[in-house]
Design a protein around this ligand. Structure first.
Ligand code: SAM
Length: 274
């Protein structure tokens, strides 16, 4: 809820803000995700992927990027929340050409049950699938993904970790016009339960606390690989971000590896092949 920090009658920056716009600007980078998928799929399958299912699609930013990329591309976006799909239709799909729009379908369904025609790629990004907290629930999701893939299809996920992931903390990132705050509010080492929020704050002092809340389990890469293999994926590869010594930051390029670095915080991609 927007907190008041403006003179009486004037609307604060938080009150005027749209949390989905802020989320897309601070969390998502649809172009680089689609670049990564196209590059890895092309390398491993020697052809371009054409059909995509974006699970937990929210505003369907990635599905929109997919159909915009190439005239033959087709995308399905799946989300349980009709309100976020309506926002995506009004803002993201509406901005597409009529050809691109005709190649995207939003489905108000559960990723545990959804069925489309077989797709080349399923994506589950920004750790959304961590809301499945038991191995049984996670594996039933993974099995449904596998069943939805074409014979040579690939499943792309991301994961985060590092020793800071197990801490309660707030991490602030400045963007033009607002600050994004990643808030790890609670972690229970016994259950693995991991409660996080995204807050936004603004130059006029107003805030949007808990604009988004995630009640997750903090999974690790070996656990995720085990569950994917137990769900009958043939091969599971971890992609780790390169490090730029000069700039002392990640390169944004991800390479397959069996050895990661024990850093404070990292994000990795997981690629599971049917
Ligand atoms: C963190 S958002 C993901 C937004 C965006 N796709 C991204 O990568 O950043 C998670 C979304 O998952 C949706 N969701 C949660 N459980 C789901 C389920 N069982 N099936 C489909 N969507 C679900 C929520 O409605 C929410 O929009």
């Amino acid at each position: 809820m927007a907190q008041n920090a403006a003179p009486r009658g004037a609307r604060t920056m938080a009150q005027k803000a749209d949390r989905h716009v802020l989320y897309q600007r601070s969390v998502q980078c649809a172009e680089s995700e689609v670049d990564f998928v196209a590059e890895v799929y092309g390398k491993l399958r020697r052809r371009r992927p054409a059909t995509l299912r974006e699970d937990f699609c929210g505003t369907a930013l990635v599905a929109c990027e997919w159909v915009r990329r190439r005239p033959g591309n087709i995308a399905f976006g799946v989300d349980l929340d009709p309100a976020v799909l309506a926002w995506g239709r009004e803002h993201n799909l509406a901005a597409l050409s009529s050809s691109a729009k005709s190649r995207i379908t939003l489905l108000n369904e559960d990723v545990l049950e959804v069925r489309t025609r077989p797709v080349d790629v399923v994506m589950a990004m920004n750790f959304s699938y961590w809301l499945f907290k038991t191995r049984d629930r996670m594996k039933s999701y993974f099995r449904n993904v596998r069943a939805g893939l074409a014979a040579d299809g690939m499943f792309f996920l991301d994961a985060m970790g590092g020793f800071d992931a197990f801490r309660v903390l707030r991490e602030r990132t400045k963007h033009r016009g607002f600050t994004y705050v990643w808030h790890q509010a609670a972690y229970n080492p016994v259950s693995g339960d991991f409660l996080c929020h995204i807050d936004f704050s603004f130059p006029d002092g107003s805030r949007l606390p808990k604009a988004f809340t995630y009640d997750w389990r903090l999974w690790t890469l070996p656990e995720l690989r085990e569950m994917l293999l137990e769900s009958d994926f043939r091969k599971v590869t971890m992609y780790w971000e390169g490090w730029d010594e000069k700039k002392q930051k990640g390169t944004g390029e991800f390479e397959p590896t069996e050895v990661g670095e024990p850093e404070a915080g990292w994000i990795a991609y997981i690629v599971a092949e049917k």
